[in-house]
Design a protein around this ligand. Structure first.
Ligand code: 9PG
Length: 520
């Protein structure tokens, strides 16, 4: 254990090697910078009051690092920072994988889960320090490839899993000459998560769909979640031994989605790796050159592996196999991904929660106290706090909305999402052309064509060409609940922890989508 004291003589910047390290602070800081484990997990400056354990617990493996889900002290994956009122910060960040930072009273503590590694410690101006931390990470993990960020139309945030071949082809036609570089097919094409063949809604098959996209002069994009499988998939039923188990031999939960239990592939299992490799090669053979690989956190969950190694090392080794199989020329967007262990292996990374057509969903955000669920506000907050990664990888803030149909955001809220995309330099939407008015379509075109000058002027404000944009309204977290609201929240939290309740919710959402689709 290495111990230090933060005082006037403390160097502005240093790198040291230790399995664990503590820095004594002279006085309690005002704020703590927490950095969530994977794309969807909260990243934010918060005050020191403990954040409530987010609900429901059944989703912990897919929303946070489950090892620290119940930690009440301010804590952070790989990198944490504290700020006193004078605006200066002290940052403690690991330069290796599998590290965690905790604020324990007047002590900033960092520790590696296994073995030791390097730490970057610096104090001073926030922007300068984070960019130096990023530079140090880049030296160890690799940095941006030369590929530009494509402009993407993604099928998810309109009809979600209700997509089908006929309907997508109609969309591709109606997008006309809007300047998109990639048309990306999201979740809904596969038989099941784990069984990656076209389902009956795609009778011509995936190669035909990719050909169709490419005939419009664009690249074809495909969503896959290669490291998970649902319990009912053929993959899981035929190869339960390829999946992660715990020390006692029980299957490790990778969360709950699509009304089902999720399991995680063991990325150290040679047969699982062979299967993964052929899946990625197959996707390329179909003709998809842009791959959105999702739910990647599953590869780094704690468990007993075929080959024993630290969990994030196992993940990164698995990711190398995926990258190798898809080839260097494919554009790889990592999503639901543990951040640091994915650097250098992907071209772009989702750095926040999913957006949705809603600014904030009362049930999810307020009652479940969950900053990782889909919502525009959650997406903006976390993305904003990870912008420092943009020198290392293209940062994806998720899609922007231009439509007023099937969207519950105000013009200001939609414009915050659009502006965040301009700050990130990563532009995408899921708006259906048939939902856009002539004016909205023009706004979308201008957005896709614009290359504005972006300058950060304070922690949450930017100048984008001549506009002043302030993201502060997205930064607050939900307040602690009292009285009747607290009781309602406990009930929602309890319900949300049950598979049957999530299944009912899933059904209701599916029916609503089908209805929406019929109205098109
Ligand atoms: C397809 C979607 C889209 C989307 C991805 C991912 O419960 N959760 O925390 C949760 C977060 C994100 C999520 C699903 C669940 O969405 O981010 O863009 O591809 O999968 O299923």
């Amino acid at each position: 254990m290495t111990a230090m004291t933060f005082n006037e003589k403390f160097p502005h910047q240093q790198i040291c090697s230790a399995s664990s390290l503590t820095i004594d602070l002279p006085q309690p800081p005002q704020r703590f910078y927490r950095h969530g484990w994977q794309s969807w997990s909260l990243a934010a400056w918060t005050d020191l009051t403990p954040l409530p354990v987010q609900k429901p617990a059944i989703l912990h493996p897919m929303q946070v690092d489950p090892v620290y889900a119940k930690e009440l002290r301010p804590h952070s994956s790989w990198v944490g920072a504290v700020e006193w009122n004078h605006g200066k910060i002290l940052l403690l960040g690991s330069l290796g994988q599998g590290a965690h930072v905790t604020l324990n009273g007047l002590r900033l503590e960092g520790s590696y889960e296994t073995g030791g590694g390097d730490w970057f410690i610096a104090s001073g101006d926030e922007t300068a320090i984070f960019s130096e931390y990023a530079r140090q990470l880049g030296r160890r993990f690799g940095t941006k490839t030369g590929k530009p960020a494509p402009r993407v139309w993604c099928s998810w945030y309109s009809l979600y899993t209700a997509i089908d071949e006929k309907w997508l082809i109609r969309v591709f036609e109606e997008l006309g000459d809007l300047p998109f570089d990639v048309l990306q097919v999201d979740d809904g094409w596969q038989i099941k998560t784990g069984d990656w063949e076209a389902n009956p809604k795609f009778p011509a098959g995936m190669k035909a769909l990719a050909d169709r996209i490419k005939s419009t002069g664009r690249k074809a994009g495909l969503w896959l979640a290669p490291l998970i499988a649902v319990k009912s998939s053929q993959l899981f039923r035929e190869h339960p031994n390829w999946f992660l188990h715990d020390q006692r031999g029980y299957l490790v939960s990778a969360g709950f989605n699509w009304g089902e239990q999720l399991y995680a592939l063991d990325t150290t299992h040679p047969e699982a790796l062979r299967w993964l490799s052929s899946l990625l090669r197959q996707s390329r053979l179909w003709g998809f050159d842009y791959l959105k690989l999702d739910f990647l956190y599953a590869g780094a969950l704690p468990g007993k592996r075929y080959q024993e190694m630290p969990r994030e090392t196992a993940y990164r080794e698995g990711l190398k196999v995926l990258r190798e199989a898809m080839g260097k020329d494919a554009f790889f967007l990592a999503c639901g991904a543990p951040i640091i262990p994915s650097l250098g292996l992907c071209d772009a990374m989702r750095i926040g929660a999913d957006v949705s057509g809603e600014w904030e969903n009362r049930r999810d955000v307020v009652f479940l106290q969950n900053p990782a669920v889909p919502s525009a506000k959650n997406a903006i907050r976390t993305t904003h706090h990870r912008l420092w990664l943009s020198s290392l990888v293209h940062v994806d803030p998720d899609v922007a909305y231009f439509r007023s149909k099937v969207c519950f955001m105000t013009l200001e809220q939609k414009s915050l999402l659009q502006n965040l995309a301009l700050v990130c330099g990563f532009k995408a939407t899921s708006d259906l052309p048939q939902w856009l008015t002539a004016n909205e379509r023009e706004n979308l075109r201008n957005f896709l064509e614009s290359e504005p000058k972006v300058k950060q002027i304070s922690r949450y404000a930017f100048r984008i060409d001549d506009c002043h944009v302030d993201f502060s309204t997205a930064m607050s977290l939900s307040e602690e609940l009292h009285g009747a609201e607290a009781i309602a929240a406990a009930a929602v939290g309890w319900l949300g922890n049950h598979g049957w309740a999530l299944r009912i919710n899933d059904r209701i959402e599916k029916n609503a989508l089908e209805k929406l689709k019929k109205g098109l």
